[in-house]
Design a protein around this ligand. Structure first.
Ligand code: LMR
Length: 335
Protein backbone atom coordinates (compact mmCIF):
# COMPACT_ATOMS: atom_id res chain seq x y z
CA UNK A 1 0.00 0.00 0.00
CA UNK A 2 2.72 2.36 1.12
CA UNK A 3 4.74 1.47 -2.01
CA UNK A 4 1.72 2.21 -4.25
CA UNK A 5 1.28 5.65 -2.70
CA UNK A 6 5.00 6.39 -3.15
CA UNK A 7 4.78 5.31 -6.80
CA UNK A 8 1.73 7.46 -7.36
CA UNK A 9 3.46 10.39 -5.70
CA UNK A 10 6.56 9.91 -7.91
CA UNK A 11 4.39 9.75 -11.01
CA UNK A 12 2.52 12.93 -10.06
CA UNK A 13 5.79 14.72 -9.31
CA UNK A 14 7.20 13.58 -12.68
CA UNK A 15 4.18 14.84 -14.59
CA UNK A 16 4.22 18.13 -12.70
CA UNK A 17 7.92 18.71 -13.28
CA UNK A 18 7.82 17.79 -16.97
CA UNK A 19 4.80 19.99 -17.61
CA UNK A 20 6.50 22.83 -15.80
CA UNK A 21 9.49 22.38 -18.10
CA UNK A 22 7.29 22.20 -21.14
CA UNK A 23 5.46 25.32 -20.04
CA UNK A 24 8.59 27.35 -19.37
CA UNK A 25 10.14 26.12 -22.61
CA UNK A 26 7.12 27.25 -24.59
CA UNK A 27 6.97 30.53 -22.68
CA UNK A 28 10.54 31.16 -23.74
CA UNK A 29 10.36 30.05 -27.34
CA UNK A 30 10.61 33.23 -29.37
CA UNK A 31 8.42 33.81 -32.41
CA UNK A 32 10.73 33.40 -35.40
CA UNK A 33 10.13 36.11 -38.00
CA UNK A 34 11.81 35.78 -41.38
CA UNK A 35 12.58 39.01 -43.22
CA UNK A 36 13.77 38.65 -46.78
CA UNK A 37 15.03 41.22 -49.29
CA UNK A 38 16.94 41.26 -52.56
CA UNK A 39 19.67 43.86 -52.06
CA UNK A 40 23.12 43.83 -50.47
CA UNK A 41 23.58 44.54 -46.77
CA UNK A 42 25.45 47.80 -47.23
CA UNK A 43 22.47 49.61 -48.76
CA UNK A 44 19.69 51.65 -47.14
CA UNK A 45 17.29 48.68 -47.13
CA UNK A 46 19.99 46.21 -46.05
CA UNK A 47 21.09 48.34 -43.12
CA UNK A 48 17.58 49.32 -42.07
CA UNK A 49 16.55 45.64 -42.02
CA UNK A 50 19.38 44.92 -39.58
CA UNK A 51 18.39 47.95 -37.52
CA UNK A 52 14.81 46.64 -37.37
CA UNK A 53 16.11 43.27 -36.12
CA UNK A 54 18.22 44.94 -33.44
CA UNK A 55 15.39 47.17 -32.24
CA UNK A 56 12.68 44.49 -32.30
CA UNK A 57 14.80 41.98 -30.38
CA UNK A 58 15.69 44.66 -27.84
CA UNK A 59 12.09 45.75 -27.34
CA UNK A 60 10.77 42.18 -27.15
CA UNK A 61 13.59 40.26 -25.42
CA UNK A 62 13.19 36.50 -25.73
CA UNK A 63 9.84 36.98 -27.46
CA UNK A 64 10.88 37.43 -31.08
CA UNK A 65 13.80 36.35 -33.20
CA UNK A 66 14.17 38.22 -36.50
CA UNK A 67 16.07 36.32 -39.19
CA UNK A 68 17.24 38.65 -41.97
CA UNK A 69 18.00 37.16 -45.40
CA UNK A 70 19.63 39.68 -47.80
CA UNK A 71 20.64 39.35 -51.48
CA UNK A 72 17.67 37.21 -52.69
CA UNK A 73 19.14 34.39 -50.52
CA UNK A 74 15.76 33.17 -49.35
CA UNK A 75 13.45 34.47 -52.08
CA UNK A 76 14.11 36.59 -55.16
CA UNK A 77 11.74 39.03 -56.85
CA UNK A 78 9.80 36.40 -58.69
CA UNK A 79 8.81 34.44 -55.60
CA UNK A 80 8.84 36.75 -52.59
CA UNK A 81 5.27 38.05 -52.75
CA UNK A 82 3.85 34.56 -53.26
CA UNK A 83 6.03 33.26 -50.43
CA UNK A 84 4.69 36.00 -48.15
CA UNK A 85 1.12 35.03 -48.94
CA UNK A 86 1.98 31.42 -48.12
CA UNK A 87 3.54 32.61 -44.83
CA UNK A 88 6.91 31.09 -45.82
CA UNK A 89 8.37 34.50 -45.00
CA UNK A 90 6.75 37.09 -42.75
CA UNK A 91 8.25 40.43 -43.83
CA UNK A 92 9.42 41.52 -47.28
CA UNK A 93 10.34 44.94 -48.62
CA UNK A 94 9.80 45.08 -52.38
CA UNK A 95 10.27 48.15 -54.49
CA UNK A 96 7.02 50.03 -55.15
CA UNK A 97 7.41 49.03 -58.82
CA UNK A 98 6.69 45.40 -58.00
CA UNK A 99 3.09 45.53 -56.77
CA UNK A 100 1.10 46.07 -59.94
CA UNK A 101 -0.36 42.56 -59.82
CA UNK A 102 -1.92 43.44 -56.45
CA UNK A 103 -3.00 47.03 -56.93
CA UNK A 104 -2.93 49.36 -59.91
CA UNK A 105 -2.94 52.42 -57.69
CA UNK A 106 0.61 51.94 -56.46
CA UNK A 107 1.72 52.45 -60.07
CA UNK A 108 1.52 56.16 -59.26
CA UNK A 109 5.04 55.88 -57.79
CA UNK A 110 6.44 54.77 -61.15
CA UNK A 111 5.10 57.66 -63.22
CA UNK A 112 8.15 59.33 -64.76
CA UNK A 113 9.36 62.65 -63.40
CA UNK A 114 6.42 62.84 -61.01
CA UNK A 115 8.44 63.56 -57.86
CA UNK A 116 11.07 66.25 -58.08
CA UNK A 117 13.12 64.56 -55.35
CA UNK A 118 12.96 61.96 -52.59
CA UNK A 119 11.63 64.52 -50.08
CA UNK A 120 8.57 65.15 -52.28
CA UNK A 121 7.95 61.39 -52.46
CA UNK A 122 8.23 61.07 -48.68
CA UNK A 123 5.87 63.97 -48.18
CA UNK A 124 3.27 62.21 -50.40
CA UNK A 125 3.88 58.89 -48.63
CA UNK A 126 3.05 60.43 -45.26
CA UNK A 127 -0.07 62.18 -46.59
CA UNK A 128 -3.59 60.78 -46.20
CA UNK A 129 -3.49 59.35 -49.74
CA UNK A 130 -0.04 57.83 -49.30
CA UNK A 131 -1.01 56.19 -46.01
CA UNK A 132 -4.20 54.79 -47.57
CA UNK A 133 -2.07 53.00 -50.17
CA UNK A 134 -0.41 51.02 -47.36
CA UNK A 135 -3.82 49.45 -46.74
CA UNK A 136 -4.88 49.12 -50.38
CA UNK A 137 -3.90 45.44 -50.68
CA UNK A 138 -5.52 44.14 -47.51
CA UNK A 139 -8.17 42.28 -49.50
CA UNK A 140 -5.32 40.46 -51.27
CA UNK A 141 -3.79 39.45 -47.94
CA UNK A 142 -1.03 42.10 -47.75
CA UNK A 143 -0.59 44.93 -45.26
CA UNK A 144 1.93 47.71 -45.73
CA UNK A 145 3.64 48.75 -42.50
CA UNK A 146 5.87 51.53 -43.83
CA UNK A 147 7.58 53.14 -46.79
CA UNK A 148 11.35 53.04 -46.91
CA UNK A 149 13.30 55.32 -49.24
CA UNK A 150 16.16 54.31 -51.47
CA UNK A 151 16.66 57.19 -53.87
CA UNK A 152 16.38 58.64 -57.36
CA UNK A 153 16.75 56.40 -60.42
CA UNK A 154 19.04 56.94 -63.40
CA UNK A 155 19.57 55.24 -66.75
CA UNK A 156 22.75 53.37 -67.60
CA UNK A 157 23.89 51.46 -70.71
CA UNK A 158 26.86 49.76 -72.26
CA UNK A 159 27.25 52.56 -74.80
CA UNK A 160 27.66 56.29 -74.76
CA UNK A 161 24.31 58.11 -74.67
CA UNK A 162 22.85 61.40 -73.55
CA UNK A 163 19.28 61.79 -74.81
CA UNK A 164 16.44 59.31 -75.49
CA UNK A 165 17.16 59.22 -79.23
CA UNK A 166 20.52 57.58 -78.38
CA UNK A 167 18.92 54.54 -76.72
CA UNK A 168 16.47 53.68 -79.51
CA UNK A 169 16.37 49.95 -80.10
CA UNK A 170 18.38 49.09 -76.97
CA UNK A 171 17.18 46.50 -74.46
CA UNK A 172 16.85 47.67 -70.88
CA UNK A 173 16.29 45.54 -67.84
CA UNK A 174 13.27 46.85 -65.98
CA UNK A 175 11.58 45.79 -62.75
CA UNK A 176 8.25 43.95 -63.00
CA UNK A 177 6.40 47.17 -63.79
CA UNK A 178 4.00 47.86 -66.64
CA UNK A 179 4.65 51.59 -66.28
CA UNK A 180 8.36 51.02 -66.92
CA UNK A 181 7.52 48.88 -69.92
CA UNK A 182 5.63 51.85 -71.37
CA UNK A 183 8.42 54.25 -70.44
CA UNK A 184 10.94 52.20 -72.43
CA UNK A 185 8.52 52.02 -75.38
CA UNK A 186 8.14 55.80 -75.28
CA UNK A 187 11.93 56.05 -75.75
CA UNK A 188 11.81 53.60 -78.65
CA UNK A 189 13.74 51.09 -76.49
CA UNK A 190 12.65 47.68 -75.17
CA UNK A 191 12.00 47.00 -71.52
CA UNK A 192 12.75 43.49 -70.36
CA UNK A 193 11.36 42.49 -66.96
CA UNK A 194 14.04 40.69 -65.00
CA UNK A 195 14.63 39.77 -61.35
CA UNK A 196 17.18 41.94 -59.57
CA UNK A 197 19.47 38.99 -58.84
CA UNK A 198 19.84 38.31 -62.59
CA UNK A 199 20.71 41.82 -63.73
CA UNK A 200 24.50 41.71 -63.40
CA UNK A 201 24.73 38.59 -65.52
CA UNK A 202 22.19 39.96 -67.98
CA UNK A 203 24.36 43.03 -68.50
CA UNK A 204 27.60 41.10 -68.59
CA UNK A 205 26.42 38.63 -71.21
CA UNK A 206 24.62 41.24 -73.29
CA UNK A 207 21.11 39.82 -72.75
CA UNK A 208 20.29 43.45 -71.96
CA UNK A 209 22.19 46.60 -72.94
CA UNK A 210 21.23 48.73 -70.01
CA UNK A 211 19.20 49.18 -66.84
CA UNK A 212 17.92 51.91 -64.59
CA UNK A 213 18.43 52.09 -60.86
CA UNK A 214 19.76 54.09 -57.92
CA UNK A 215 23.48 54.65 -57.39
CA UNK A 216 23.32 52.51 -54.26
CA UNK A 217 21.92 49.50 -56.14
CA UNK A 218 24.25 49.98 -59.13
CA UNK A 219 27.34 50.17 -56.97
CA UNK A 220 26.51 47.40 -54.51
CA UNK A 221 25.69 45.01 -57.37
CA UNK A 222 28.68 46.16 -59.46
CA UNK A 223 26.48 47.10 -62.43
CA UNK A 224 28.82 50.03 -63.09
CA UNK A 225 31.57 47.55 -63.98
CA UNK A 226 29.57 46.32 -66.96
CA UNK A 227 28.11 49.67 -68.07
CA UNK A 228 29.79 52.50 -69.96
CA UNK A 229 27.58 55.44 -69.18
CA UNK A 230 25.18 56.48 -66.44
CA UNK A 231 23.01 59.46 -67.29
CA UNK A 232 21.81 61.21 -64.17
CA UNK A 233 18.18 61.45 -65.27
CA UNK A 234 16.50 61.42 -61.83
CA UNK A 235 13.48 60.10 -63.72
CA UNK A 236 11.77 58.50 -60.75
CA UNK A 237 12.08 57.28 -57.19
CA UNK A 238 13.00 53.81 -56.06
CA UNK A 239 11.29 53.37 -52.73
CA UNK A 240 9.92 50.37 -50.91
CA UNK A 241 6.89 49.18 -49.03
CA UNK A 242 7.50 46.97 -46.01
CA UNK A 243 4.72 44.39 -46.31
CA UNK A 244 3.48 41.59 -44.09
CA UNK A 245 1.03 38.74 -44.50
CA UNK A 246 -2.24 40.25 -43.20
CA UNK A 247 -3.49 37.07 -41.51
CA UNK A 248 -0.17 36.49 -39.72
CA UNK A 249 0.07 40.12 -38.63
CA UNK A 250 -3.50 40.31 -37.39
CA UNK A 251 -3.01 37.09 -35.42
CA UNK A 252 -0.01 38.35 -33.43
CA UNK A 253 -0.46 39.01 -29.69
CA UNK A 254 -1.02 42.71 -28.95
CA UNK A 255 2.30 43.24 -27.10
CA UNK A 256 4.29 41.71 -29.98
CA UNK A 257 2.49 43.83 -32.56
CA UNK A 258 3.12 46.94 -30.50
CA UNK A 259 6.84 46.20 -30.10
CA UNK A 260 7.25 45.38 -33.79
CA UNK A 261 5.37 48.53 -34.82
CA UNK A 262 7.62 50.69 -32.64
CA UNK A 263 10.74 48.97 -34.00
CA UNK A 264 9.46 49.46 -37.55
CA UNK A 265 8.78 53.16 -36.99
CA UNK A 266 12.29 53.69 -35.64
CA UNK A 267 13.90 51.63 -38.41
CA UNK A 268 11.97 53.72 -40.95
CA UNK A 269 13.36 56.95 -39.54
CA UNK A 270 16.85 55.42 -39.64
CA UNK A 271 16.40 54.20 -43.24
CA UNK A 272 15.21 57.56 -44.47
CA UNK A 273 18.08 59.27 -42.69
CA UNK A 274 20.79 57.14 -44.28
CA UNK A 275 19.34 56.62 -47.78
CA UNK A 276 20.61 59.88 -49.29
CA UNK A 277 24.01 59.43 -47.66
CA UNK A 278 24.33 55.84 -48.99
CA UNK A 279 23.46 56.95 -52.52
CA UNK A 280 25.91 59.86 -52.38
CA UNK A 281 28.64 57.49 -51.17
CA UNK A 282 27.85 55.00 -53.94
CA UNK A 283 27.90 57.74 -56.58
CA UNK A 284 31.33 58.82 -55.38
CA UNK A 285 32.64 55.24 -55.39
CA UNK A 286 31.43 54.80 -58.98
CA UNK A 287 33.21 57.99 -60.04
CA UNK A 288 36.37 56.91 -58.18
CA UNK A 289 36.32 53.47 -59.83
CA UNK A 290 36.80 55.16 -63.20
CA UNK A 291 34.79 52.35 -64.79
CA UNK A 292 31.68 54.29 -65.83
CA UNK A 293 31.12 57.83 -66.91
CA UNK A 294 28.36 59.70 -65.05
CA UNK A 295 26.75 62.39 -67.19
CA UNK A 296 24.83 65.36 -65.84
CA UNK A 297 22.15 66.68 -68.19
CA UNK A 298 21.63 70.26 -69.31
CA UNK A 299 18.10 71.64 -68.92
CA UNK A 300 17.48 71.21 -72.64
CA UNK A 301 18.62 67.57 -72.58
CA UNK A 302 16.49 66.83 -69.52
CA UNK A 303 13.51 68.40 -71.34
CA UNK A 304 13.95 65.82 -74.11
CA UNK A 305 13.65 62.95 -71.62
CA UNK A 306 10.57 64.51 -70.05
CA UNK A 307 8.90 65.20 -73.39
CA UNK A 308 9.46 61.63 -74.61
CA UNK A 309 7.69 60.07 -71.62
CA UNK A 310 4.83 62.54 -71.24
CA UNK A 311 2.35 60.21 -73.08
CA UNK A 312 2.84 57.51 -70.42
CA UNK A 313 0.60 59.43 -68.00
CA UNK A 314 -2.45 59.11 -70.24
CA UNK A 315 -1.96 55.34 -70.49
CA UNK A 316 -2.19 54.82 -66.74
CA UNK A 317 -4.46 57.58 -65.48
CA UNK A 318 -7.60 55.44 -65.55
CA UNK A 319 -6.01 52.67 -63.51
CA UNK A 320 -4.32 54.99 -61.03
CA UNK A 321 -6.96 57.73 -60.91
CA UNK A 322 -6.36 61.36 -61.85
CA UNK A 323 -7.08 62.55 -58.30
CA UNK A 324 -4.32 60.35 -56.90
CA UNK A 325 -1.88 61.52 -59.58
CA UNK A 326 -2.70 65.15 -58.80
CA UNK A 327 -2.37 64.54 -55.07
CA UNK A 328 1.08 63.01 -55.61
CA UNK A 329 2.16 65.83 -57.94
CA UNK A 330 1.16 68.48 -55.42
CA UNK A 331 4.05 67.44 -53.15
CA UNK A 332 6.61 68.49 -55.73
CA UNK A 333 5.27 72.03 -56.09
CA UNK A 334 4.77 72.60 -52.37
CA UNK A 335 7.38 74.79 -50.67
C1 LMR B 1 15.39 46.35 -58.50
O1 LMR B 1 14.80 45.30 -58.78
O2 LMR B 1 16.12 46.94 -59.28
C2 LMR B 1 15.19 46.94 -57.12
O3 LMR B 1 13.85 46.91 -56.81
C3 LMR B 1 15.96 46.18 -56.11
C4 LMR B 1 15.69 46.73 -54.75
O4 LMR B 1 15.03 46.06 -53.98
O5 LMR B 1 16.16 47.85 -54.49
Amino acid sequence: MFKKITNLFTAITFVAVTSLFAFSASAQTPIVIKLSHVVAENTPKGLASLKFKELAEKKLPGKVQIQVFPNSQLFGDAKELEALLLNDVQIIIPSLSKFDRYTKKIQVFDLPFLFKDTKAAQSFQSSKEGQALLKSMEDKGLIGLAYWANGMRHFAANKDFTVPADIKGLKFRIQASDVYESIMKAFGANGQKMAFAEVYQGLQTGVVDGQENTFSNMYSMKFHEVQKTIVETNHGILDYMVVVNAKWWNGLPADIKKGLTEAMNEATVYNNKISQEKNDEARKSIVDSGKTKIKILTDAQLAEWKKAVAPVYAQFENDIGTDLIKAAQSHSTKK
